[in-house]
Ligand binder design. Structure first.
Ligand SMILES: C[S@@+](CC[C@H](N)C(=O)[O-])C[C@H]1O[C@@H](n2cnc3c(N)ncnc32)[C@H](O)[C@@H]1O
Length: 220
């Protein structure tokens, strides 16, 4: 088991599979686990997580570190959030926004079991709704398959991301325009982002996620 990259905490690779080191030693998704030198590892599937796919595709910066404060938009059942929770460890904290009450039920269960994440049932189109619940964050992570996903992301970065903070934006090209080629959509997203924010990394996620890409940005 070795660190994936010296710059990333708590993310490991072994035989081409990704793992996080889990402080709380709990599993939530029937993922493979193992213990080595009393350290508990959870396998992280790049076919279920765009961040894991981006890491397997060689992302060189993600901004996440132990102690990071994260705003996660589109937390769903909590799969990727549960791994980010491992990465930021118990001195970090994550606000998990999800608007579907059905999937948020699973998210709530995970948030109850983990010490460093809290669910927020809200529409990320309206960041002002949760302004009483959070302050500035180090990272905004978004995985929302909506036509206006870039605007939702920029709105939340504008409201909550600190200066020089990192944003990670997973893009589902087909949700933006099913008639256009994904590469053309990524180019369009790049132009929109560049008006407000600096792009520091970008990966297309095939073969793990078809027609998806991830942008890593930094607030000016
Ligand atoms: C692709 S899933 C996210 C998967 C999750 N990020 C993971 O990797 O485990 C997208 C989620 O975004 C949620 N969503 C879509 N639009 C939203 C909005 N405007 N505000 C909050 N959540 C939204 C959906 O309900 C869905 O659960």
């Amino acid at each position: 088991m070795k660190l994936l990259n010296n710059k990333f905490p708590n993310i490991f690779i072994e035989k081409n599979s990704l793992y996080t080191k889990s402080v709380d030693k709990k599993t939530f998704f029937d993922e493979k686990t193992f213990v080595n030198n009393n350290i508990f590892f959870r396998e992280w599937d790049p076919k279920r997580s765009k961040l894991a796919a981006g890491l397997m595709k060689g992302l060189s910066q993600i901004g996440l570190k132990e102690g990071s404060i994260v705003l996660y938009l589109g937390a769903s059942h909590g799969y990727t959030p549960s791994f980010i929770s491992d990465i930021i460890s118990n001195n970090g904290f994550m606000f998990c926004v999800e608007f579907s009450p059905e999937v948020a039920r699973d998210l709530v269960t995970i948030c109850e079991a983990k010490k460093n994440m809290v669910p927020i049932l809200a529409d990320a189109n309206h960041p002002e709704i949760y302004k009483e619940l959070l302050t500035e964050v180090d990272i905004v992570y978004q995985d929302i398959a909506q036509k206006n996903q870039v605007q939702i992301f920029l709105r939340n970065c504008d409201a909550y991301l600190k200066k020089e903070g990192f944003g990670l934006l997973a893009i589902k090209a087909r949700s933006i325009d099913v008639t256009k080629k994904p590469r053309d959509i990524y180019q369009q997203v790049r132009s929109e982002l560049e008006k407000y924010i600096t792009i520091v990394d970008y990966r297309e996620l095939e073969p793990f996620e078809k027609d998806h890409a991830i942008f890593v940005v930094k607030k000016k």
